[in-house]
Design a protein around this ligand. Structure first.
Ligand code: IMP
Length: 450
């Protein structure tokens, strides 16, 4: 095990509050020495917010830790990068803190680009009802698909600017979109910009001009991140925090196809993105973050334990369950033990972190699904919608606790008895120990269980 190494992933369908946990760890570790925050998957489909005074900034591609002195943020080879959106994030942070942050960001030259061409193609595909209906529209899967189709464009194709390759890239997407009956020049795609929420892709000259301007600004942060990792991973004066994006239930292999994302959402992705420098099994804590009393999902998947009615609405409002990237209202579901047990197994998870322990109501028992049955026979979770449509969840109820009684507790033994026994039950059912719980958005509203 490599000391001072911690990795966090979403234990279900994303949005479990990883950003806050990563932020807390980065802050804690940065008091002891330099910290590397490494992100290896996803792109502008992810989202979390950081607060600078009264300003809230939405971050999508930058991992947590941008505001922590002593932290270096690495955007790894397994990510898909939208240059313009990344620059907007950097600019927003720099405006808020009135200082520079580019010195602490390292962008791997081998990361794949996810451009306006990909966003346009994804929106056209959606109209053809092909691909994932619930995608965030940020061009994620077309960018990853380019790699499998052997024609990706990478960061090193814009720094230095390879006009010939980028022209071919544009022309390919122009032809694909034309084949589907539309014109790429006229398609509006979402962009991260305070003033302008969409941009028209435009003709080849416009596309190249916009990209060239962004590339010039990104140039100082582009590097061979694998070399950087090699020197720092072997020097234990550096702490490492790995921030996975999305969640285990969105992984293309382990989530319910086709409403899945395109990147590896498990800790295994770190092995590939670091070109085998970092074996995820050497990371001492590999924690899946879960909401303690319910699950949420944004997309078009049909969950076996979907919750409807006033309780779901109350949770959605109390916990602000609206997508950070798309603002869509999130679906709410009862805790689904067969799914979570499966995700913890395939995710190679050593610990659980339970967030939102304060989303609990004294007049409502905490209801969870303990098992699935088909024709009266107990069955396991399988990542297949046709199969999941047949399962019948068995529910069990647990005593609630007063959310206020969680606050200011500094010793797990002093937690309300109902909360303690609920946590124990989850550990037993999912088969992984709970490391930490949180009961509110502030850094101090967290309690280590071990
Ligand atoms: P894509 O990643 O945009 O291709 O979207 C594929 C699926 O993953 C859709 O159901 C999205 O809603 C979902 N998804 C992608 N990123 C996130 C995230 O960060 N949180 C929650 N859901 C996500």
């Amino acid at each position: 095990m490599r000391k001072n190494s911690f990795a966090f992933c979403g234990g279900a369908f994303g949005d479990e509050g990883k950003g806050k946990i990563v932020d807390m760890y980065v802050d804690m570790l940065s008091k002891k020495g330099p910290v590397i925050v490494y992100r290896d998957n996803g792109g502008a489909n992810a989202g979390h917010t950081v607060e600078v005074g009264d300003t809230r900034i939405a971050l999508h591609q930058l991992p947590s830790g941008i505001l922590t002195e002593n932290a270096t943020l690495v955007l790894g080879k397994g990510m898909v990068i939208h240059p313009h959106d990344l620059l907007t994030e950097i600019k927003d942070v720099e405006t808020a803190i009135q200082g520079k942050v580019t010195g602490k960001i390292k962008l791997d030259e081998m990361a794949t680009l996810s451009l306006d061409t990909h966003r346009a193609f994804e929106s056209v595909l959606k109209q053809w009802e092909s691909g994932g209906k619930g995608s965030t529209g940020r061009g994620i899967s077309p960018a990853y698909a380019d790699v499998l189709l052997r024609h990706p464009v990478r960061v090193r194709d814009i720094v230095p600017f390879n006009e010939k390759k980028l022209t071919k890239h544009y022309q390919l997407y122009q032809a694909l979109i034309k084949g589907l009956g539309q014109s790429i020049e006229k398609i509006e795609v979402p962009v991260l910009d305070q003033k302008q929420k969409t941009v028209v892709v435009g003709d080849l000259a416009t596309f190249l001009k916009r990209l060239k301007a962004a590339a010039k600004k990104l140039q100082p942060i582009v590097c061979n991140a694998v070399e950087f990792l090699e020197s720092t991973w072997n020097d234990t004066s550096y702490s490492f925090v790995f921030e996975k994006a999305q969640g285990l239930g969105l992984d293309p292999r382990w989530g319910v196809y086709p409403d899945v994302t395109a990147s590896d959402t498990t800790f295994d992705g770190i092995y590939f993105a670091s070109e085998s420098i970092i074996d995820p099994n050497d990371i001492s804590v590999r924690a899946a973050v879960l909401k303690a009393t319910y699950m949420s999902s944004v997309g078009s998947r049909v969950l076996p334990t979907a919750m409807h009615g006033p309780l779901a609405e109350k949770i959605r409002e109390d916990a602000h369950e609206y997508g950070a990237t798309t603002k869509r209202p999130r679906d709410i579901a009862y805790i689904d033990i067969p799914a979570l047990r499966y995700f913890a197994k395939v995710g190679n998870v050593t610990h659980l972190i339970l967030t939102h322990m304060d989303i609990v109501y004294l007049k409502e028992k905490v209801t969870i699904c303990t098992d699935y049955t088909i024709d009266g026979k107990k069955v396991s979770y399988r990542p297949d919608q046709e199969y999941l449509d047949k399962v019948k969840p068995t529910y069990a109820e647990f005593e609630p606790w007063a959310a206020d009684d969680l606050q200011n507790v500094t010793n797990p033994a002093k937690l309300p008895a109902a909360a303690r026994s609920y946590i124990k039950m989850l550990e037993k059912e999912i088969g992984v120990p709970v490391l930490l719980i949180t009961m509110g958005p502030q850094r101090r509203q967290a309690l280590f269980m071990k």
